[in-house]
Design a protein around this ligand. Structure first.
Ligand SMILES: N[C@@H](CCC(=O)N[C@@H](CS)C(=O)NCC(=O)O)C(=O)O
Length: 209
């Protein structure tokens, strides 16, 4: 059994979507980050960076429990555990690594800063932050739009990969970071394609808070 320590956020949703798609049984332990529960000692033992998501798999690779933090590492762990959503050939895997790292390094941190600055009091600091990170977020949506042009999924053909689940977690919050998907038609078509998958819909709806 996998225990998912999480909250209702983009990084949290990546993992509930992946677990649903992989058909792995899991239980949710809500870590309420609005109440500072991510700083609790028990959570720190499995998530040294004090951030959700994290998992504990009671049936780790050697049969013993294993904990994993960082959503990208969790997605890779789950893909390797199940043999799903990560191609077996090096060329195919490398494309998934590229887009997974692209998400982790940019298409998450940048819209995350837009969310942060939207919550700041009006003034020059807020305006500067929204200009800087809003522009970069839109640039990243443009990159994704070019990649998805003529493709069903970001890094694979035929079926999605863990890179799609990672990117979806943030695209799921496009309204919050003020992105109109109609300006990025290939992203919009991909987003609708992903949402039409029953396991994705379940992963986005399951109670995480
Ligand atoms: N790189 C980390 C980022 C995780 C992250 O930023 N989690 C946020 C919620 S989406 C969090 O726990 N925030 C609480 C805090 O910053 O105190 C990952 O992908 O797992």
């Amino acid at each position: 059994m996998i225990t998912l320590y999480t909250y209702n956020t983009p990084n949290g949703r990546k993992i509930s979507v992946a677990l649903e798609e992989m058909g792995l049984p899991y239980e949710v332990k809500v870590i309420d980050i609005t109440k500072g529960e991510q700083f609790g000692e028990a959570f720190l033992a499995i998530a040294p960076n004090n951030k959700i998501p994290a998992i504990v798999d009671s049936d780790g690779p050697d049969g013993k429990p294993v904990s994993v933090f960082e959503s990208g590492a969790i997605l890779l762990y789950l893909a390797e555990k199940t043999g799903k959503f990560l191609p077996s050939d090096v060329r195919g895997r490398t494309a998934v690594y590229e887009w997974l790292m692209w998400q982790m390094a940019g298409f998450g941190p940048m819209p995350g800063q837009v969310h942060f600055f939207l919550g700041q009091p009006e003034g020059p600091a807020r305006d500067f932050g929204l200009e800087r990170y809003g522009k970069e977020t839109r640039r990243l949506y443009g990159v994704l739009d070019r990649q998805l042009n003529g493709r069903d999924f970001v890094a694979t053909r035929g079926e999605p990969s863990i890179a799609d689940f990672a990117i979806l977690g943030w695209a799921w919050r496009h309204e919050r970071h003020k992105v109109d998907l109609s300006e990025f038609p290939a992203v919009k078509a991909w987003y609708e394609r992903m949402l039409a998958r029953p396991a994705v819909a379940k992963g986005l709806e399951v109670k995480l808070a």
